[in-house]
Ligand binder design. Sequence first.
Ligand SMILES: [Zn+2]
Length: 105
Amino acid sequence: MSSTPLSVALTPDQRVRIAWSDGRTREYTVRQLRDGCPCAHCREARLHPKPPTLLPVLSPAELLPLKLAAMEPVGNYAYSIAFSDGHNTGIYTLEHLRELGSEVS
Ligand SMILES: [Zn+2]
């Protein structure tokens, strides 16, 4: 493992901010994390997107602003992230988190 989180915090505007041991800091919107979900279901959905429908129907959960419900360490290599839409099966490895979000100074 080349780089590990030194601190993980939620910013006032609901972004996850991770300071990494190599001195870099990345911020993640909840949407970036949700769209980057590595679970088998979401990977499959990204590979085979459903054709657009004429009248999209949003569930009540999808109409609410997406929020982080929980973010728990998994061993020392990943985080399990739960979202306010009820999705909680994504295990985000540290390598994957290094690719998501955007770097801040
Ligand atoms: Zn997922």
